[in-house]
Design a protein around this ligand. Structure first.
Ligand SMILES: Nc1ncnc2c1ncn2[C@@H]1O[C@H](COP(=O)(O)OP(=O)(O)OP(=O)(O)O)[C@@H](O)[C@H]1O
Length: 278
């Protein structure tokens, strides 16, 4: 569905994309993660046809992004809606531009609004909605024409748990119906929930790809044991159960709390930075 080969894009001295490669099949969710400035948004902008790469190729169903607009749904990192225009008018406008007929459009609006818990806000101008409601409206605009490729750039940034859940459920549903999804986020738990494969971007290219289990295997997490006198012991370990058992067996003061942290994205970035030459 999406094939990206050797993308390069420079802004002055900054190599925003430096050999970026990614393929996403129909029905697959790829979680694109990486530090701030790794090139994720630039990649999304090229694939959605908003900017042109300096070199390399990006194709959506074999077509250049600018010629495949109706196949793509994009939810940009920053809200890009018209404040005085209602949610329903946005959906009619964008659905209509993508060629949805009136009757079908009405059905899609109702179904999508219910899925994203937007029904009671449909006739309010976007400008009066809360941040989380605007996030859901933005996602609805991306989804209204049932695109074959969904590009969601941090769709849950600043979202409350209800908004987050509604978005994740809807994205999973669309993938199960065959959409290819690229989902950028800074939250590993969302990608686990989406059963996404993960692509890690760094300095303008993808340096690792796999399931979270594959990528996190062997990385150390952390075990922390706190005591009644407010002191604590912390160890970094690849075997939290054994480490916890040892710390508890060796404890000479009453224990007030234990905390086990599994490896997360920061641990993964640190490990990859070492193998990537830092
Ligand atoms: N229009 C632009 N003009 C100049 N530099 C840019 C422009 N867009 C992006 N960059 C630079 O390109 C690099 C990649 O930026 P990009 O926004 O793609 O990163 P990102 O991985 O999406 O980061 P974040 O997680 O912060 O959203 C950064 O160094 C950024 O400053």
């Amino acid at each position: 569905m999406l094939e990206v080969r050797g993308l390069h894009k420079r802004y002055g001295d900054v190599r925003a994309l430096d050999g970026f490669e990614l393929t996403v099949r129909a029905g697959e969710i790829v979680g694109l993660v990486g530090h701030n400035g790794a090139g994720k948004t630039t990649f999304v902008e090229v694939v959605s046809g908003l900017i042109r790469q300096d070199s390399g190729t990006a194709t959506v169903s074999g077509r250049e992004p600018a010629r495949a607009r109706e196949l793509i749904g994009i939810s940009p990192q920053h809200i890009a809606l018209y404040p005085p225009v209602t949610v329903r008018e946005h959906l009619r406008l964008f659905g209509g531009l993508s060629g949805l007929r009136k009757a079908r459009l009405g059905e899609e609006v109702g179904e999508l609004a219910a899925a994203l818990r937007l029904t009671e806000f449909l006739d309010r101008p976007v400008g009066v909605l809360s941040g989380g409601q605007q996030r859901r409206a933005q996602a609805a605009v991306a989804l209204i024409h049932r695109p074959k490729l969904l590009l969601l750039d941090e769709p849950t940034a600043g979202a409350d748990p209800e908004t987050r859940q509604a978005l994740l459920d809807t994205v999973r549903q669309r993938a199960s119906e065959g959409a290819a999804v690229v989902y950028t986020t800074h939250y590993l738990t969302e990608l686990t929930e989406l059963q996404a494969t993960i692509a890690v971007a760094r300095r303008g290219r993808v340096i690792a790809r796999g399931t979270s289990a594959e990528l996190l295997e062997g990385l150390p997490g952390e075990v922390r044991v706190s005591f009644d006198d407010d002191s604590h012991v912390r160890v970094s370990t690849t075997d939290p159960t054994a480490a916890l058992a040892r710390l508890l067996a060796e404890a000479t003061r009453p224990v007030s709390n234990v905390d086990v942290r599994n490896p997360d994205l920061d641990d993964l970035y640190r490990a990859l930075a070492v193998t990537d030459g830092d």
